[in-house]
Design a protein around this ligand. Structure first.
Ligand code: GUN
Length: 296
């Protein structure tokens, strides 16, 4: 069996075209464009690159962006002031605080300050708390986990009662995606660095979310035949055969999994484009909510 390839680029492009239409309609109705506010602290090249990609994708869809680019020496007060400014700016509907922050910054305090109505990254502790509670709904859910759920939906997986295994428990992906799978009535197991016999746990997965950040860590013979595999990893590895001298691989041994899984995402071209797209979806939602509220 060769797995169905879940094409994140195609799905993301389709969704972005729809967002562009919505943004144009929004501008026509309200006379201004939806806006995303960005706080980026420091010069981590990966974070800068992510932010550039997010802003470019927003621009292409007609969502404007306002940036606060602070040096790696920024103080807590300076970062908090940037968030306050974006909270108060009527042209900004969604706020993105790019993580991680430099060590002198108390990330938790910064995320708490983001207005709940503008929390398009879904990282405010109240939104995460609501995500974890039965019968409650957060206003926004984090972009990468939401993108994983959209990909599962696209492939038509029935999550009700399915065994879902999440490898990784980060605040950005592993933890929130496990809460989202639980909300969708999956039976969820979260594996992490202390888990014993990870391979055996993964072998029970009807749905596998790999988000551990280790290149090709999950081997083909760990995959249950027919399982749906979402690979969130994006690991830079040396590759002297490529022009750039490196390439990106996922957390799953793609070649090994391809003949066992029922469906699988590629790296790159799987979850990555969905992350940016879900941020745009959330920004549109925030813009509509705030515009209606101010029009009342
Ligand atoms: N750092 C890595 N992924 C993300 C993300 O989705 N949002 C933010 N804010 N920071 C990140």
């Amino acid at each position: 069996m060769t797995a169905t390839i879940i094409d994140g680029v195609e799905i993301a492009n389709r969704m972005r075209a729809e967002i562009a239409t919505q943004a144009a309609d929004f501008k026509q109705t309200y006379g201004y464009a939806p806006g995303l506010g960005v706080v980026l602290v420091g010069d981590n090249p990966a974070s800068r690159q992510y932010v550039r990609m997010k802003q470019r994708a927003c621009e292409q869809a007609g969502i404007t962006s306002v940036s606060h680019l602070l040096p790696s020496t920024a103080t807590q007060n300076e970062v908090e002031a940037a968030v306050h400014e974006l909270n108060d700016d009527p042209a900004v509907h969604g706020i993105l605080v790019q993580l991680p922050m430099p060590p002198q910054i108390d990330e938790e305090r910064v995320l708490r300050l983001v207005s709940l109505e503008k929390d398009v990254d879904g990282f405010h502790p109240l939104n995460i708390g609501l995500l974890g509670m039965k019968g409650r709904e957060p206003i926004f859910t984090p972009a990468t986990p939401t993108g994983c759920m959209v990909l599962l939906d696209e492939v038509g997986v029935d999550l009700d009662g399915a065994n879902a295994v999440v490898v990784g428990r980060s605040n950005i992906v592993g933890l929130p995606v496990s809460l989202m799978l639980l909300k969708a009535n999956a039976t969820v197991t979260v594996c992490h660095s202390r888990t014993k016999n990870i391979a055996d746990v993964v072998r029970g997965a009807d749905v596998l979310i790999a988000a551990i950040g280790r290149p090709e860590y999950i081997k083909g013979d760990w995959i249950k035949p027919g399982a749906v595999v979402i690979d969130v990893g994006s690991n830079k590895v040396d590759d002297p055969t490529s022009e750039r001298g490196y390439r990106f691989v996922g957390d799953v041994d793609y070649e090994g999994a391809l003949n066992v899984a029922g469906a699988i995402t590629k790296v790159p071209g799987g979850v990555g484009p969905m992350t940016i797209t879900m941020l745009m979806v959330n920004t549109m939602k925030a813009a509509r909510f705030l515009a209606r509220k101010t029009a009342m």
